[in-house]
Write a protein that binds this ligand. Sequence first.
Ligand SMILES: C[S@@+](CC[C@H](N)C(=O)[O-])C[C@H]1O[C@@H](n2cnc3c(N)ncnc32)[C@H](O)[C@@H]1O
Length: 287
Amino acid sequence: MYVDATLGGGGHAEAILDRIVPGGRLIGIDRDEQALEQASRRLERFGGAVTLIRENFAAIRAVLLSQGIDRVDGVLFDLGASTMQFADPQRGFSFSVAGPLDMRMDRRQRLTASELVNGLAERDLADLIWRYGEERWSRRIARGIVRARPLATTVELAEVVRRAIPRRAWPRTIHPATRTFQALRIAVNDELSNLDNAIPAAAEVLREAGRLCAITFHSLEDRTIKHTFLRLSRGCTRSPGSSACTNGGKRWLRVLTKKPITPTPEEIERNPRARSAKLRAAERINT
Ligand SMILES: C[S@@+](CC[C@H](N)C(=O)[O-])C[C@H]1O[C@@H](n2cnc3c(N)ncnc32)[C@H](O)[C@@H]1O
C-alpha cells in the first residue's frame, strides 16, 4: 500500500503502480481537481488498485483512516506546482503568458494572489517576498507593486517586478520575477506549514521499514524536509516555535540520504525542469 501525496498528472503514481500491481494498491492525493481528472484518465487501466482523493496532504492520516487504512509501505511527496498548473495561463502561476493573479492549487479556497498583491500593506508584501522568495530586492519590488496597483494579470506583475530590480542585478538563468512568483505561490497555498504538518503525519502512518520520499525544488522546502527528517530521527517531532515533543521523544525515522539525491546531467537534458530537484528519503523505525 503506497501513497502518492502529490498526485499531479499521475506520472509518479503510474511508475509506482507498474511495480506494485497486481496485489498492491495506491492512494493518490491532490487538492487540485484538474490534477485528479487528468491522473484518473492516466491511471484508468489500474482499475480498483487506485483510489484518488481530493484533499490537502496535511490531512494524510484522516484520508487513510477514511479508507480504513492504518499503515502504508511508502509515501511520496513531489512538491511545488505541476507542469499542468504552470502551463495553464488561467491558473495564474506563470509569468510568460497573461492570466489572472490566482495561483490557488485548490480553487475552493478564497485567498488568491490578487488579494495579496493588491491588498497587503507595502511592508507585509516586502516581508512575504523576502521570506518565501528569499529575494534581496523585496523592498523595492513591494514599493513598485504598491505604486502600480491595481494589478490584474501575471504579465503586468512580472513587468513591475522586472522594472523594480536594477538591471545589473537581474539573475542570469531565471526571469527576474521568478522569486516573487514563488513567494506568492507559497503564501497563497500555505505550502510550508502544510509541509511541516504533513511530514510527521506521513512518518506516523508508515509501517516498520516503510519509506518516506520527498522531492523539492527550492531551498525553503528542502530545508523544511531536511530539518523535519532530522527531528524525527532524533526522537522529537517538535515543530518550529514549539518546545513540546509531540511523539514522546520516540525516534521514528532513519534518514537514508545524508545528502539529497540530485538529477544527473543526462536527466536534466531530458527534463530541464528537474534541474533544481532534490530527493531525500527516510525509513520508519520503532513502529
Ligand atoms: C509537482 S506536482 C506533482 C507531479 C506528479 N508527481 C506527477 O508525476 O505528475 C505537485 C502536485 O501537488 C499538489 N499539491 C501541492 N501541495 C499540496 C497539498 N498541500 N495537498 C495536496 N496536494 C498538493 C499540487 O496541486 C500539484 O498537483
